[in-house]
Design a protein around this ligand. Sequence first.
Ligand SMILES: Nc1ncnc2c1ncn2[C@@H]1O[C@H](COP(=O)(O)OP(=O)(O)O)[C@@H](O)[C@H]1O
Ligand SMILES: [Mg+2]
Length: 412
Amino acid sequence: MKSAPDYLFEKERLDSLSALNILDTLPESDYDAITALAAQICGTPISLICMVDKERIWFKSKNGINATQIPKEAAFCAYAILQKEAFIVEDMTLDDRFFDTPLVTGTAHFRFYVGVPLMSPDNFPIGTLCIIDTKARSITVDQIKSLHALSAQITRLLELKIKIMQLMTHENQLRLLEQQINESARLSTLGEMTAGIAHEINNPLTIIQCKSKILKRKCEDGTFDLKTNAKDFDIINTTVDRIVKIVKGLKTYSRNSENDPFKPANLKSLIDETLSLCVEHYKFEDISVSVNCCPTLEIDCRSSQISQVLMNLISNSHDAIESLEEKWIKINVIEERSVIRVLVSDSGKGIPTEIVHKMTLPFFTTKELGKGTGLGLSISKGILESHGGYLIYDSGKANTTFALTFPKKRAA
Ligand SMILES: Nc1ncnc2c1ncn2[C@@H]1O[C@H](COP(=O)(O)OP(=O)(O)O)[C@@H](O)[C@H]1O
Ligand SMILES: [Mg+2]
């Protein structure tokens, strides 16, 4: 057998083949359908989609043979990629390039070969679509035309797969970007809250400091009496518990939980922990906050994300009512047959229709620069949807109300 010379731009051709990421991939029905059709049209027992690699011919699709690849020097395809027209050998025993190759002399008994070049989307002959018979024979002009048409279809298929791959990469990049935006919005809200949180922690610390000073003085002047002072220890204990709750709320809120598993969480505790980050501070601003929730109710969720949604809604309420005469925020949890609704309402008198239409869009804000990111509602909406629920603004209420609806049983 005489080996075929290399293609004129062999390096570029090999680069083009390697960029397709098709070598050594699993069989695919799209390609197999084409080889089956080629064999049927030409009436041959064997048909192949071959990729001509540096030192081997690898079969993307094969019909009528078992091998997955053969050495390049033993192959007819290496010749077929050198020309635009079909490469035809009617009887290999009469061809001085092939008569002595084991595929002709051995049990494979190859006699007849027709290969048309297979072009990569950037127009390099990366392989062939070929048919083989064990008898010497000829091929018609129409059959050759069909082989060319099928080969062009394979190129189209390769193009399509590249586009799908690119789309998938873009989608991944978008998802990553979205995650980064969500993360920075969460941290920015946390940043806005820090002054308030310091206040939340300072208050109980002051209580502990006062109580311990009093107890110390009583010990020193001998007026300490365990019976009457037991109450003070209780106060210190519950105040420490309050700090623990604030820190827990902070931990829950600040966690990046995008990839956390869903877990059952006690809804009342989750609401209380989140509120512990702001209630004292709000009290200071004369804003009353009340919660009405069954203490045993559980929801299957990523608790950090739900904490984030609650905090978004509460801080929106805070911003909307801080300059009103009447200042309150209410959280009402209602259990229905198949859903749990969390209604967050405030003393505001509703949101103007023109804002309602736009407020869940990313980056829409009516707040001054540096105060709002315009992401709170859009992120909250996404979080609710990822929990199989939804977030709506309830325009039917006299006071501003947002409703979070969670399914009791989340679809798998
Ligand atoms: N409770 C509310 N009362 C009045 N307006 C609200 C309330 N919640 C949201 N909005 C409106 O929706 C807009 C978008 O809210 P959001 O997505 O949280 O972004 P941001 O709070 O950063 O502005 C707010 O700027 C505000 O105009
Ligand atoms: Mg907001």
